[in-house]
Ligand binder design. Structure first.
Ligand code: NAP
Length: 511
């Protein structure tokens, strides 16, 4: 045991040494995007208290830089600036907003590699995935640039001859946004793109772990010519998050709150928003079932499971959380799937061989361990992985478990890590009962080649998004969001902009 601990410590030390070198060389590349200030009213500003907090690379714990640790007084300034900017931004034409959003989109794509490196440094995902996130995130700006021009109203046939009814759409006002660390760039553009297109201004609070991607977006928005006060980013540490969040929920100058994060935090924010009856959008946690029926193409299902389960080391809200596999193909699936999982390469996201980076922090590792321990204590079997990786820190081995049942923690809760628990089932009814036996309903997946079953299951799954013979479901053109305790509202697609618009009925009478 002591020898294992020594070799883990040595591996981690070597990783830190080589990471320092890599980080120094990469920093030259994304150094333009490392402000030590937040962005309020078009200016780069420190916290009024002067407080800061460090941003660490999760692969090695090395400090990337420091950012302001803002408090409610700073956030109040941001709200006022956003409110003032709203008075003029709401009057811009859709074409003007389109042009600015498109400029911003292009600047992001021109700087894709630098932004991706910054994202890998602060979040840990492999560089190739970070490149994908930057393009995915930018696609929302391009999409909503176009949607800005399509916020059509309605002319409604009036119930009496001397009236005419016209419905117009207007921006809701200042929109506050609180975003998580797992998609530090895309979770911001998906909200801000829609808000700006609608004519709203914004105050964004990014996650403590990943503020730089948010600030980098501000730098490029500034270069694109988006006016001062339209986008404000306030950075704060976890210590200040609840007070800042409370202010964003309760301030009457804010008309809308859009949140992406855990269901637990979402419920707190919903309660806090009740006092001012805010418009709210909630993109919350999931517990996606990934069902493989006997009729499925097993190779395709394995491919889909790899994409859905292990992207961002299992830390996406739409990650397969429970794999339900029908008894007729169970053994074949587990054999092929675990072979594919063993091929994953764990390492620093900057290493070109890496297909799985670290988890965001050691708390996340402990959660994965607790789910494995709980399942094993109840009779589940670890097929591969199951341990912290020898690189130490927050690296964890990609893990497959079989003999899992729905009463185990790994099925009841979102693991948010590289753990694939496999539950064997016999009938479609049984699979649906397990899949729907949870209070959350974000994404669900199933693989089948039986067309009747495909329609039945797609309609019966209690989720907002279904991947049918596909493990990757999100894009800017499709509505993203959940049912039950996974949230309220939709992001992306032609529906996403509605979250930032009020309908106003103009009733012309006595004509
Ligand atoms: P989280 O703890 O809820 O944090 C998300 C954001 O909320 C962070 O900015 C966090 O700040 C802030 N926050 C935490 N407590 C707060 C409070 N009391 N008041 C105001 N703000 C508060 O979620 P997470 O663990 O970072 O993210 C993972 C969760 O997000 C998972 O459940 C995942 O499924 C969900 N998610 C959902 C979607 C979706 O679209 N449905 C997308 C991505 C992730 P700090 O960083 O300072 O703690």
């Amino acid at each position: 045991m002591a020898a294992i601990r020594r070799s883990t410590a040595l591996a981690h030390q070597l990783l830190v040494q080589s990471s320092r070198k890599i980080l120094r060389s990469q920093k030259c590349c994304y150094g333009n995007f490392l402000p030590d200030k937040a962005y309020i009213g078009g200016a780069w500003v420190p916290a009024s208290s002067g407080a800061t907090f460090p941003v660490l690379n999760p692969a090695n714990g090395i400090e990337i830089g420091i950012v302001p640790d803002m408090e409610t007084s700073d956030v109040q300034t941001a709200i006022t600036k956003a409110h003032t900017a709203f008075k003029t931004w709401k009057k811009t034409t859709a074409k003007e907003r389109h042009d600015l959003l498109l400029k911003w989109y292009k600047l992001i794509m021109d700087n894709q590699e630098e932004l991706a490196k910054l994202l890998t440094a602060e979040m840990g995902k492999p560089l190739v995935e970070a490149m994908g996130e930057i393009a995915y995130g930018a696609s929302f700006l391009q999409w909503f640039a176009e949607e800005a021009k399509r916020c059509y109203g309605d002319v409604i046939p009036a119930p009496t001859g001397n009236k005419r009814l016209v419905v117009i759409k207007q921006p809701v006002g200042v929109a506050a946004m609180i975003t998580p660390w797992n998609f530090p760039s895309a979770m911001i553009t998906r909200k801000v793109g829609a808000a700006l297109a609608a004519g709203c201004t914004t105050v964004v609070k990014p996650a403590e772990d990943t503020p730089y991607s948010a600030l980098a977006l501000c730098e490029l928005a500034d270069r694109a010519g988006i006016p001062a006060g339209v986008i404000n980013v306030v950075t704060c540490s976890r210590k200040n998050a609840s007070a800042v969040g409370k202010l964003l929920c309760q301030d009457p100058l804010i008309s809308k709150l859009s949140f992406t994060g855990s269901t637990t935090t979402g419920k707190i924010l919903l309660e806090q928003s009740a006092g001012t009856v805010k418009r709210v959008s909630m993109e919350l946690g999931g517990n996606a079932a990934f069902i493989v029926f006997d009729s499925a193409n097993v190779d395709l299902a394995v491919q889909g499971a790899m994409a859905s389960k292990f992207r961002a080391s299992g830390q996406t809200c739409v990650c397969a959380n429970r794999l339900l596999v029908q008894s007729g193909i169970h053994d074949e699936f587990v054999d092929k799937f675990s072979k594919a999982v063993r091929k994953l390469v764990v390492g620093d996201g900057f290493d070109s061989d890496t297909t799985q980076g670290p988890l965001i922090n050691v708390r996340a590792v402990e959660k994965v361990e607790s789910h494995i321990d709980d399942a094993v204590s109840m009779g589940a079997k670890v097929v591969c992985g199951g341990q912290r990786h020898q690189l130490g820190g927050s690296f964890f081995q990609p893990t497959v478990m079989t003999g899992v049942s729905e009463d185990m923690l790994a099925c009841r809760e979102e693991t948010f890590g590289p753990l694939a628990p496999v539950v064997k089932f016999d009938t479609e009814e049984e699979a649906l009962a397990i899949a729907n036996g949870t209070r959350v309903g974000l994404a669900g997946y199933f693989f089948s080649n039986d067309i009747s079953q495909i329609w039945r299951v797609a309609e019966e799954l209690e989720v907002g998004m279904v991947g049918i013979n596909d493990g990757l479901i999100s894009s800017e053109v499709a509505p993203f969001g959940g049912v039950k305790e996974s949230g309220l509202g939709r992001e992306g697609s032609r529906y996403g902009i509605d979250e930032y618009l009020n309908l106003k009925n103009l009733c012309f009478g006595n004509l």
